[in-house]
Ligand binder design. Sequence first.
Ligand code: ZN
Length: 256
Amino acid sequence: MRLIPSSEIACKSIGLSPTGSPSAECGLCLFCGRQIDQGDPVLVNPLKVLKRENSFMDDNCFAAPSSDMSCGWCISLMPKEAMFALRSAVVTLDGAYPLFENAHRAWLFMNPPDPPFIAGISEVNAQHLYWRTPPTLDARLISIRYGSRLFLIRRGRLMNAVEACRRAGEILTEASGGKKVIANPYRMLDREISSLSHGLFRDDALQHSIQNPELADILQFLRECNPGEIWALSSLSKTTPVVPVKPDKIQFVKTV
Ligand SMILES: [Zn+2]
């Protein structure tokens, strides 16, 4: 199987072609590291041409930092309108699907599209997401970029964590004499990861786990989830269970 670079998949998902002039030489794309052959569309000195020499924020993610050219696919993704259209999406060869709603994120995690796909969510309106995110090749391990963070989510573990949270909520509701408590053991699960309480266990969960071995096991299991899996729980572990919904494809109309 030919490994299709992420930028190419992102472009194809919304009908974009590569931008640039035929390359005079072979090389690597500064941004995504893709092999460039003679004649491939490229932009030489891309940061200079794009007038971003002093303002490019994601230079620590360059795949080939010593290269002086970009592939045409990465260049096609640079305009703000393309970045905006894909600011929260999973891109596939079959189309791009939005990931704003929890129900749509639940679809990605519970019924993922056929690989390869790349998932990216911006923290701001327009952010470089796809050229610096490896494609998911096996849906048991989903790579997803959330702004500056690159998460690897073990899907089986995530599904078990959703169930573990639900069971913890049940145990804690019982322990509180039937008083409704949050349906997981966390103080907060924050989709934006801006709260300092994100991913920390509540005091009632910690205290009750001392005398309840089942809850102690659940907390230990959740401690062994990685930051991406805890973040994904923020969309999936809800008092009212989230029903996965496959979103409609993003319709992108190029204006320039
Ligand atoms: Zn590239």
